[in-house]
Design a binder for this molecule. Sequence first.
Ligand SMILES: Cc1cc2nc3c(=O)[nH]c(=O)nc-3n(C[C@H](O)[C@H](O)[C@H](O)COP(=O)(O)OP(=O)(O)OC[C@H]3O[C@@H](n4cnc5c(N)ncnc54)[C@H](O)[C@@H]3O)c2cc1C
Length: 368
Amino acid sequence: MVENVVVVGAGVYGAAVAASLARRGACVAVVDAGAPASGTSGATFSWTNSCGKQPRSYHDLSVAGMEAHRRLAAEVPHGRWYHESGNLEWADDDAEREQLRRKVDGVLQYGYDARWLSRAEVLRLEPDIDPAELPPDEIAYFPREGWIEPAPLIAHLVSTAVGRGAEVIQNDAVTGLEVAGGMVRTVRLASGRRLVADAVVNCAGPQAGQIAELAGLALPMRNMPGVLVYTSPVAVSVSRVVHAPRVHLRPDGAGRLLLHTPDIDGAVGASGTVEQQAVDEVLEAGRSLYPGLRAATVQDVRVGERPIPGDGLPVLGRVAELPNFFFAVSHSGATLSLHAGDLVAAEVLGGDQDGALAPFRFERLRLP
Ligand SMILES: Cc1cc2nc3c(=O)[nH]c(=O)nc-3n(C[C@H](O)[C@H](O)[C@H](O)COP(=O)(O)OP(=O)(O)OC[C@H]3O[C@@H](n4cnc5c(N)ncnc54)[C@H](O)[C@@H]3O)c2cc1C
């Protein structure tokens, strides 16, 4: 019988898995090498979406992830970490316009909510955008999308787990897993502490490959850095996630905005520093879109490491050859983790989730 479960990592995945396990009655220890939310979940754009995700099973998992956020937000009205205010997206050249059309057509076929807006309609939603930056029409709007604030969400989930008896062990890395008789028996920590485990869930995000290796498993990862630029608080009305051709942005609480472009991800040096010119260009692109941003300065630049399994899809659930070892690892964890973490927790405690998890099993990534 599964009683003691060790969850490795306290990002969005570890927190979601731990809360679900504790709610289901397990005795949980969550171990993090740092503090909760100190990994990728503390440096993410955290847009909740299933915009163009393929294959269909990944799209459906993402839609279920968005639904799980909606449900939790309704259960915890004071939570305020979930913002379902929609996403706007447009293109400024023919190739990208065609790509956007295909994406909208594709999600509409899946029954996802997407519509086309004109410039005038967008300006009613986002009145502080410079009208000259918008095309006259063909602006895609995805009204059920939005973003989460990961730190308060993780705080809620971790405190839910602690309220049901979970132990949170911070600043202590997992350094070893003792396997005997085809099962993980003990988790060794840097402090020298040893945790007896009936089951272990690997929620170590970009470090998931290293934790898998401790169990003798090879998990191929192709992590990618991403750069986020946080502005000072500014009196500009931005209510939605906006994907404009030269900048992506969203509100980040207390009047701050969070800015990103795919290009800036390439400006991370070997030491993890970000080229100043790239940061300036992102802010300038934001200012062109929202002229009120002229007053904003850059308050913070963070580099997050996207945890991306080898084929880009999530790795979730039980490992066949080590049946008390589980994965909860993916990119898009801000969207997926509440739902996917709950499925993994159910499976840890004996409820097979093959219906939902079959496309995301570790075994598909095994070398022949
Ligand atoms: C720039 C950027 C933009 C993104 N945009 C989006 C988006 O718009 N929408 C979306 O859904 N997702 C997005 N993501 C992805 C999303 O943020 C991640 O999928 C998610 O945060 C991963 O959460 P996690 O809990 O798996 O990992 P993490 O948050 O990294 O948590 C893993 C934890 O494990 C701990 N750990 C590691 N090794 C050990 C060890 N040996 N012992 C103990 N603890 C250990 C770490 O300290 C860390 O706290 C983005 C990511 C980035 C970087």
